[in-house]
Design a protein around this ligand. Structure first.
Ligand SMILES: CC(C)(COP(=O)(O)OP(=O)(O)OC[C@H]1O[C@@H](n2cnc3c(N)ncnc32)[C@H](O)[C@@H]1OP(=O)(O)O)[C@@H](O)C(=O)NCCC(=O)NCCS
Length: 209
C-alpha cells in the first residue's frame, strides 16, 4: 500500500434509485433519466454499472489503486449486494471512474466504499460528480450521514472531501493493517444534496450513534 497519498488509497468502510446523470461541476445531479436514453456522445454521464462491465471496473480499479484494488470477485459480490449503488462515469464511450456507496447496518449511516477516476481524466470534476451522485443515492436510501476513510496524505481526495463538507472524526491507527493509518471522515447527506433529512422510525432498543 502506498501511503504517500495519490492513487493507492481508497475510501474503505465506506449512491438514489435509477441512474444519476452527470452534473455541472459543483452542481446538483441532473434529473434522472433512463439508462439507455440517447445523449450526446461527448457528455460524461453517471449511471449504475452493468454486470457485463464489472471486469472493466476491476481493470480501472487496478489502474487506480494497484495492489489495493478490489479484485474482480469482490466487485462482483459488491455488485450483488449493492447493485445500482455501484456507479460508473462514462465519457466518450469509456468508463473513466466509479464510486460505490453502501447503506450500513446502523440506521441512517452510509459508507463510501470506493471512489476513483482514471489518471488521465482527473481535475475535470468527475470525482465530485461521482461523489454527488453517490450522495443522491444515499438520500434515496434514507441515509443521513456518510463515512469514509482516507490517507491523510492523499491531497486530492482530502481536498475533494473537504469541499463536500466532510469533517474529521478521528485518525484510526493501523486501520488497514500495520502502518496504514487512515482518517475517518463524516459528512451530512442533506448538506451535500440539499435534500431534506430522511424521516425514520427508530426501532426500539436501537442505539443512537
Ligand atoms: C480523488 C479523486 C477521485 C478526485 O477526482 P477528480 O475528478 O480529479 O477531482 P475533481 O476534478 O472532481 O475535483 C473536485 C475537488 O477536489 C479537490 N481536488 C481535486 N484534485 C485535487 C488536488 N490534486 N489537490 C487538492 N485538491 C484537489 C478540489 O477541491 C476540487 O475542486 P475544485 O476543482 O473546485 O478546486 C482522484 O484524484 C482519484 O481517483 N484519485 C485516486 C483514487 C483515490 O485517491 N480515491 C479516493 C480514495 S479515499
Amino acid at each position: 500500500m502506498n501511503t504517500t497519498g495519490g492513487t493507492s488509497d481508497r475510501p474503505v468502510a465506506g449512491q438514489k434509485s435509477g441512474p444519476a446523470l452527470a452534473t455541472p461541476k459543483g452542481g446538483q445531479p441532473a434529473a434522472p433519466s433512463a439508462p439507455d436514453e440517447p445523449r450526446g456522445p461527448s457528455l460524461p454521464w453517471i449511471r449504475p454499472v452493468r454486470p457485463s462491465e464489472i471486469a472493466q471496473v476491476a481493470a480501472l480499479d487496478e489502474k487506480i489503486f494497484g495492489n489495493l484494488a478490489y479484485p474482480f470477485f469482490v466487485l462482483r459480490q459488491l455488485y450483488d449486494v449493492h447493485q445500482d449503488d455501484l456507479l460508473v462515469l462514462e465519457d466518450e464511450g469509456l468508463l473513466r471512474g466509479y464510486s460505490i456507496g453502501a447503506k450500513g447496518a446502523t440506521a441512517g449511516l452510509g459508507w463510501l466504499l470506493g471512489l476513483g477516476v482514471e489518471p488521465a481524466s482527473r481535475g475535470l470534476g468527475h470525482g465530485e460528480r461521482l461523489m454527488r451522485a453517490s450522495f443522491d443515492r444515499f438520500a434515496d436510501h434514507g441515509v443521513d450521514r456518510v463515512r469514509l476513510t482516507v490517507d491523510g496524505e492523499n491531497a486530492a481526495a482530502v481536498g475533494l472531501y473537504q469541499k463536500l463538507g466532510f469533517t474529521l472524526l478521528q485518525e484510526v491507527e493501523d486501520y488497514l493493517g500495520p502502518g496504514e493509518s487512515r482518517l475517518l471522515l463524516e459528512a451530512s447527506v442533506p448538506a451535500v444534496t440539499g435534500r431534506p433529512p430522511a424521516t425514520r422510525v427508530r426501532n426500539r432498543g436501537q442505539p443512537d450513534l
